[in-house]
Design a protein around this ligand. Structure first.
Ligand code: C2E
Ligand code: CA
Ligand code: CA
Length: 270
């Protein structure tokens, strides 16, 4: 047992070192983009930015594995700023209204975060009104002073906020009305139960009704079947995201998709 523990500690330490190196080069970390769709028209409205790491010996390592390590060892700040900078640069001329970027609670809690984001926007020429930062429920329920002032400053710059993985945290539905967010993303664990489990649909219906009453938009993530998409549309969900539409893909694939439809995107230099 202890030997296994030693081994896993060792493996984490190794990944940490490798991640540090990856951050210093330009051939291992990349961004994928997963389209977001209007529920009503199925038109693409935006993308969610998802980080990918091609490890030199292990192959693809998922963000579920390395983001928690980055958070633990403090690399998340550098990593998060790299993601935001790249996302802003690569999507600057995309015909979308939303570029959703995942942000760790640790980033938002660090003094000066809003200022660093403002600098990234200036440097890349990105439109702040397109950027939607996705944070988990706990970020908004914890009342860290620094976090609140960063959120306030970023909202003043025009950025929007979405509450990610909604339903998996512990905050009550009634708290929704007090949170300073624009959108909630309904966790895919609820969506997966559609069609099999009546109570999940009732929960999602309640979430959507309350969100609407509070003036918030809703996105359902992890939509894998047309049945799920139809039901979510039927109960008033605004946007849908999931494998039934598209998988996360490199920027070139997104641009190729537009090109097929006759839309030509000019890629910014640098
Ligand atoms: P998330 O924010 O909930 O992102 C959605 C995840 O669901 C993505 O996994 C996506 O590939 C996956 N997904 C999308 N559609 C479907 C579907 O129809 N079915 C299923 N089963 N899965 C679907 P991914 O890319 O592995 O990312 C995992 C998590 O890592 C993300 O969860 C997010 O919390 C975190 N993450 C990813 N990129 C970043 C980043 O740049 N910064 C931070 N802080 N976290 C990130
Ligand atoms: Ca997300
Ligand atoms: Ca999520």
């Amino acid at each position: 047992y202890t030997r296994d523990m030693d081994r896993s500690i060792e493996a984490r330490r190794e990944l940490e070192g490798d991640l540090r190196k990856a951050l210093g080069r330009d051939d291992q970390l990349t961004l994928h983009f997963q389209p977001l769709h209007s529920a009503a028209s199925s038109a693409m409205t935006g993308v969610e930015v998802l980080l990918r790491w091609k490890h030199p010996t292990r192959g693809w390592v998922g963000p579920d594995v390395f983001v928690p390590i980055a958070e633990e060892v403090g690399l998340i700040h550098e990593l998060g700023e790299w993601v935001l900078g790249e996302a802003c640069r690569q999507t600057r001329d995309w015909p979308v209204s939303t570029v959703a970027v995942n942000v760790s609670a640790l980033e938002l809690s660090k003094p000066g975060y809003a200022m660093r984001v403002a600098n990234i926007l200036l440097r890349t020429g990105a439109d702040p009104a397109k950027i939607e930062l996705e944070v988990t429920e706990s970020t908004f329920t914890a009342q860290h002073g620094e976090c609140q002032s960063n959120i306030r400053a970023l909202r003043e710059l025009g950025l929007r906020f979405a509450l990610d993985d909604f339903g998996t945290g512990f905050s009550s539905l009634s708290r929704l009305q007090q949170l300073d967010v624009d959108r909630i993303k309904i966790d895919r664990s609820f969506v997966q139960g559609f069609g099999k489990n009546g109570s999940d649909e009732a929960i999602v219906q309640a979430i959507i009704d309350l969100a609407k009453a509070s003036g918030l938009k809703t996105t359902a993530e992890g939509v894998e079947t047309t049945t799920q998409a139809d039901r979510l549309r039927g109960i008033g969900c605004d946007e849908l995201q999931g494998f039934v539409f598209d998988r996360p893909m490199p920027a070139e694939d997104i641009e190729r998709m537009w090109k097929r439809k006759g839309l030509h995107i000019v890629k910014p230099a640098g």
